[in-house]
Structures are given as structure tokens and as C-alpha cells.
Design a protein around this ligand. Structure first.
Ligand code: ATP
Length: 372
């Protein structure tokens, strides 16, 4: 098994910088998910690790060995693509056996390995079938089987479930997670689906415009986003992000949500990094919909505001609350709040909002980096 290190890796296609000064360390046996929107450089980074692309600058190490000049075949990596590309004329057994036959492994050893893998993937009863009579989920498992049979140092999985329907996707996700724990191989999994990323990863690497934005456990990425991009990308619905300025009220420093009457008390610890930067505005305040409470009755320090829209989603309600209007466009400034489905309110009603102070975030608008 193996650890992987990327040092200052850059990859350009003409004018497009697909991977920008990438630094990343993946530990032995770790399951890392590359997550980001389409075109952010996930696949290119994976292909660089596999040796299917060459970096313009920087170094790639596998198990401490610099592999920039090693061919893909010499890197001991198994790659599973979005399109499973099975050989249609070969049955499942021969598809899985193919990589072992290619390197002339003994017949009895091939049989042992194929049966072992088929058992783990629960496809033992399909070994004689051709791919044309398999479902999408079964074909995906065969493609995984073909990668697993080699027992490589590293698995690289590029959106391997993109073609599966929702139910099979969830089942296969659980299977991949179980398998990775069982085999203990270092794995990098590419997806643009944040639920998939949260459920699979030991750590998630969030990528945007070729830049690694943050790497951390799912908990860290969700609860401690280090940039505006990560904050706005994770979560359904996403974090409320509202312009804010530092001002004073009754002699105390408070954070005002711009163009609204919402003034938030902040602690001295929260105020210190704002004051030290010497700017009153140019801040973006963030809070997740689940970290705001809504009540039908007023209570101390709760903020009154009007309900603009209600989305009953079954397990939860999402309320859009109107806080004010943008002075120039007159567009409403809305805050999304998640409530229990039994919470009753109608459009136009006043509700009283409470913000969980421990879960408030602040970002510098210019650098887009987190302040707290
Ligand atoms: P997706 O989720 O859509 O697969 P991605 O995050 O994997 O996207 P990449 O495929 O790595 O993104 O592409 C990163 C950038 O590099 C994109 O702007 C893409 O258009 C560009 N790019 C990728 N491969 C090539 C190529 N062979 N030639 C030119 N440009 C490329």
C-alpha cells in the first residue's frame, strides 16, 4: 500500500491552467475524495497521479518515490473510469481475469483471485454472463472487480457511479466504503456529488478552478470551511452568506447585516480579528440554515422578520425569511432557515430568529478567506 504526495504540481492545456500549484499529501490506506464543480481539475489531478498526464512543474511521489518519469504501468495503480469499458465479447470471469492474464499469472492463481473478488462484490453467480445482460450496477461492480483483482498500491476512481441510478448508487457507495476498509488500499475517488463525498471520505479535498481550496475530514469541511467557496459549495441548502459591516450599537461593537436592521452581538474574540484588519465593511457573514431557530413568539435577543416563502420538504421545512432589501436593486435579502416539519408559519407572518453564536462564520470579501 502507499502514500501519495503532490508538490507544487502545475498542469496547463494551452491557456487553461487545469491544476494550479497543487500541494497535497495522502496517507497510506486513506480514502480521499476530490470534490468540486465540473471543470475544476479533479480528473486532470487524478490522471497526473496515474501517469496519464505529465506535470509541467512540480513532483509526484508514491511511497516516497518520485514517479514523474514512470509510465502508468510502472506505478502500480488501478484506475476505474466513469464509463466501465468492459470487453463485451468476454464474460464476467474473463473481464475480471484480464489484467492477470495480461501479465501471465498462473491459471489456478487467476481462478483463486477472480473467485475471491467476485465473492466480495457479490457477483459470484454472474461469472458466466456477458456484460450485455448485466445491469449498470452489476457492470460497475465487474469494473471494480477488474481493478481489485490486481491488488495495486493505489485505487483511482473517477466518478465510478455517475451512470448508476439513485438506488444502486447508494448501495454501491456503501459497498465501495466497505470494500476499501476491507482491502485497506489508498484510494482517491472523484465526484462532484457532495453527499457521496461526505459519506465516503476519510478526508475531502475541495477543488475550485484548479486550486486546492481545503482538505479535511467531512466534519471539518462542513463545519469549518476555510474559504467562501467551500462555505457556499457544501450543504443543501447551502450556507447563508450575507454582506456585513462592523458598527456600534449602544456603545458596543456589533456586526450589522448590510441593508437590514439585523445587528449581531459578537464576542471580544470574534471582534479582535476584525478590528486588527482595520476595515469596517468588506465582510461576508455566514450561518447554516440549521443553525438558526425560528419561533412564533418573541423572546429576548431574538430578531423579528417576515416569512417570504415556505418549502415543506417532508423531513424538514425550509423557510425563506426576508431581512431587508438591497438599496439599489430592491431585491429582497433572504435568509434560509431550517425548521422542524411541525413548525407552523404562513407567508407574511412574523417569526423570531435566534442565531447559534458558536456556528457563525465570517469571511473577508477581498481574500475570500475565513476570519472565523
Ligand atoms: P468534470 O467533473 O466535468 O469531469 P473536472 O473537475 O474533472 O471536470 P478536468 O477534466 O480536470 O475537470 O478539467 C480541468 C480543466 O482543464 C477544464 O477547464 C477542462 O476544459 C481542461 N481540460 C481538461 N483536459 C483537457 C485537454 N485534454 N485539453 C484541453 N483542455 C483540457
Amino acid at each position: 500500500m502507499a502514500d501519495i504526495k503532490l508538490e507544487n504540481v502545475i498542469k496547463r492545456y494551452g491557456d487553461v491552467v487545469a491544476v494550479k500549484d497543487f500541494n497535497l499529501e495522502i496517507h497510506d490506506k486513506e480514502f480521499v475524495v476530490f470534490l468540486g464543480p465540473s471543470g475544476c481539475g479533479k480528473t486532470t489531478t487524478l490522471r497526473l497521479i496515474a501517469g496519464l498526464e505529465t506535470p509541467e512543474e512540480g513532483d509526484i511521489f508514491i511511497d516516497g518515490q518520485r514517479v514523474n518519469d514512470l509510465s502508468p504501468a510502472d506505478r502500480d495503480i488501478a484506475f476505474v473510469f466513469q464509463f466501465y469499458a468492459l470487453y463485451p465479447h468476454l464474460n464476467v470471469y474473463d473481464n475480471i481475469a484480464f489484467p492477470l492474464k495480461a501479465v501471465k499469472v498462473e491459471k489456478s492463481e487467476i481462478e483463486t483471485q477472480v473467485k475471491r473478488v467476485a465473492e466480495i462484490l457479490q457477483i459470484s453467480d454472474m461469472l458466466n454472463r456477458k456484460p450485455s445482460v448485466l445491469s449498470g450496477g452489476e457492470m460497475q461492480r465487474v469494473a471494480l472487480g477488474r481493478a481489485m483483482v490486481r491488488q495495486p498500491k493505489v485505487y483511482l476512481l473517477d466518478e465510478p457511479m455517475a451512470n448508476l441510478d439513485a438506488k444502486i448508487r447508494v448501495d454501491t457507495r456503501a459497498e465501495i466504503k466497505r470494500l476499501q476498509h476491507e482491502i485497506g488500499a489508498t484510494t482517491i475517488f472523484v465526484t462532484h456529488d457532495q453527499v457521496e463525498a461526505m459519506s465516503l471520505a476519510d478526508r475531502i479535498a475541495v477543488i475550485h478552478l484548479g486550486v486546492l481550496q481545503q482538505i479535511g475530514t467531512p466534519h471539518e469541511i462542513y463545519n469549518r470551511p476555510q474559504s467562501l467557496f467551500v462555505a457556499g459549495f457544501m450543504g443543501m441548502p447551502t450556507m447563508n452568506l450575507l454582506d456585513a459591516e462592523l458598527t456600534s450599537q449602544n456603545g458596543a461593537s456589533v456586526l450589522r447585516l448590510s441593508h437590514t436592521d439585523v445587528y449581531l452581538q459578537i464576542s471580544p474574540e470574534q471582534q479582535a480579528p476584525i478590528t486588527s484588519r482595520g476595515q469596517e465593511d468588506g465582510w461576508v457573514f455566514g450561518i447554516r440554515p440549521e443553525h438558526i431557530t425560528a419561533a412564533n413568539q418573541p423572546s429576548e435577543r431574538q430578531i423579528p422578520a417576515q416569512v417570504h416563502l415556505i418549502e415543506p420538504l417532508g423531513a424538514v421545512n425550509i423557510l425563506d425569511i426576508r431581512l431587508g432589501t438591497h438599496s439599489q436593486t430592491q431585491d429582497p435579502i433572504l435568509l434560509r432557515v431550517r425548521t422542524h416539519p411541525t413548525f407552523r408559519a404562513a407567508v407574511g407572518d412574523t417569526v423570531w430568529l435566534g442565531f447559534d453564536e458558536k456556528e457563525m462564520h465570517l469571511f473577508d470579501q477581498k481574500t475570500e478567506q475565513a476570519v472565523w
